[in-house]
Design a protein around this ligand. Structure first.
Ligand SMILES: Cc1cc2nc3c(=O)[nH]c(=O)nc-3n(C[C@H](O)[C@H](O)[C@H](O)COP(=O)(O)OP(=O)(O)OC[C@H]3O[C@@H](n4cnc5c(N)ncnc54)[C@H](O)[C@@H]3O)c2cc1C
Length: 403
């Protein structure tokens, strides 16, 4: 655990070289142009880093989540957007399909991702953000297919991703609700999948965040991703695959923070004030020390969560790692900017971009508040309902148990 095995060190070295030689020089332009970095995607694809976690049986290299984390870390140190692409090409939706999918679904997903597609996961709706299970997108069964109607927003990769994993509330032919299911749709092949407007984002501007609309989108039953618990347990089981994506998001935050810290460490040794390099001032030495400590701690948490996956990272470890790394990245990127003084605030240097990019990770993929509830519910060994009704029922049950 503390010493990475040789094959993992070699993978990390390969990813580091690609990130530093190819990805880093393009990062400012990706941010400025707000264009999806297809060149970077091609470079990742050629290096076998898109679909790294796809098993050999389906044509992938058969890497694990720790391999993916090592690659994401290196990419994010150079470019947060490319780090996020590496997350979604190796974790989250693709992991759900490769674990729960039928043979045909796995073949379809593997083929797309290994050719360079970054899948999109469609959960959040305008009225169902943190309360994700209150989604209103519905899938009505009609013979051998489902008809899906609804609206998602903040979908990463809207308009560039082809494979979409769409979460919807399922109704049988009699109109009775069955639970929540995952539906596989392919942009440009599935009619009724419509890309809506793009959000103007604060950071990570090279990936579009868009609305995705479903207008009588017909999905054959063969494209329903059915976990063993069926639709009743569908949301919980599909979301367990999402714990991998949370570890991935934590890793992007870590990489961005580490990239910013390294710049601050260098700059503090170059820049002189009062006739001395600014690293000779204790005020900055302690900032640099604190940054390095937080980065090292986040990396250990991430590696533990990724290495312990069975088959997905543990929900508590994934939430803890994402909370810690995302909050750490906000602090570290701001401190690294501070070490650069006015130059940190200039768009000539990447610090301001890194601070904007880092800001996302306490929000997307489960907010830091919601994830604390996930951690607390595990610590206390019970669900912690957030609705008033659920809260009342739990209180009644607990007081009944106490009587
Ligand atoms: C850049 C980016 C990319 C994203 N990509 C995707 C994607 O690809 N697919 C997808 O489906 N979604 C995506 N999202 C959506 C993301 O998952 C949601 O933004 C997130 O779940 C929070 O929902 P919300 O924004 O509606 O906030 P809200 O749920 O409205 O929350 C507002 C505030 O209230 C707090 N809050 C809410 N409920 C509670 C509670 N019970 N206890 C304590 N605090 C609470 C929240 O923590 C937050 O601070 C993305 C978001 C961003 C910013």
């Amino acid at each position: 655990m503390f010493q990475l095995p040789d094959d993992k060190q070699a993978l990390r070295a390969r990813a580091r070289e690609l990130a530093r030689e190819v990805i880093a020089p393009r990062a400012a332009e990706v941010d400025r142009s707000e264009q999806y970095p297809w060149d970077n995607v091609r470079a990742l694809t050629e290096a076998g880093l898109m679909g790294l976690t796809i098993p050999k049986a389906h044509g992938g290299p058969g890497g694990d989540f720790l391999d993916a984390a090592l690659v994401i870390d290196e990419m994010a140190q150079a470019c947060g957007v490319t780090g996020r692409i590496a997350v979604e090409a190796n974790m989250g939706a693709i992991s759900a399909v490769m674990h729960y999918g039928s043979e045909a679904q796995k073949r379809l997903a593997a083929q797309l991702v290994l050719a360079g597609d970054k899948p999109a996961i469609c959960i959040t709706e305008p009225d169902a953000g943190s309360a994700a299970s209150e989604m209103s997108t519905r899938a009505d069964k009609r013979g051998d297919h489902y008809v899906i109607n609804g609206e998602k927003h903040w979908i990463t990769g809207g308009g560039v991703s082809r494979l979409h994993l769409v979460f919807a509330r399922v109704f049988d032919e009699r109109g009775e609700e069955q639970g929540i299911g995952g539906f596989i749709a392919v942009r440009d092949e599935t009619e009724g999948l419509v890309i809506g407007s793009r959000e103007p984002s604060m950071g990570l501007r090279g990936i579009p965040e868009t609305q995705v609309l479903f207008q009588d989108m017909a999905i054959p039953a063969a494209h329903v991703l059915t976990p063993p618990g069926g639709f009743r347990r569908g949301f919980a089981e599909l979301m367990s695959a999402y714990n991998s994506q949370r570890v991935g998001a934590a890793t992007v935050a870590l990489g961005i923070a580490d990239g910013a810290y390294r710049l601050a460490l260098d700059y503090s040794q170059q820049r002189e004030q009062f006739g001395r390099p600014i690293c000779e001032f204790q005020g900055l030495q302690w900032m640099l020390a604190d940054m390095s400590i937080a980065i090292a701690a986040a990396r250990l948490m991430i590696h533990k969560a990724a290495a312990g996956a069975n088959p997905f990272p543990d929900a508590t470890e994934a939430a803890q790692a994402k909370i810690f790394a995302s909050e750490m990245a906000i602090r570290v990127t701001n401190d690294a900017l501070q070490v650069h003084g006015a130059m940190g605030y200039s768009r000539k240097l990447p610090l301001e971009r890194m601070a904007r990019d880092a800001r996302m990770f306490t929000i997307g993929g489960g907010t830091a508040q919601i994830l604390r509830t996930v951690v607390a519910s595990r610590l206390l060994g019970r669900k912690l309902p957030q609705t008033r009704d659920g809260h009342r029922k739990l209180a009644a049950r607990l007081s009944g148990a106490a009587d």
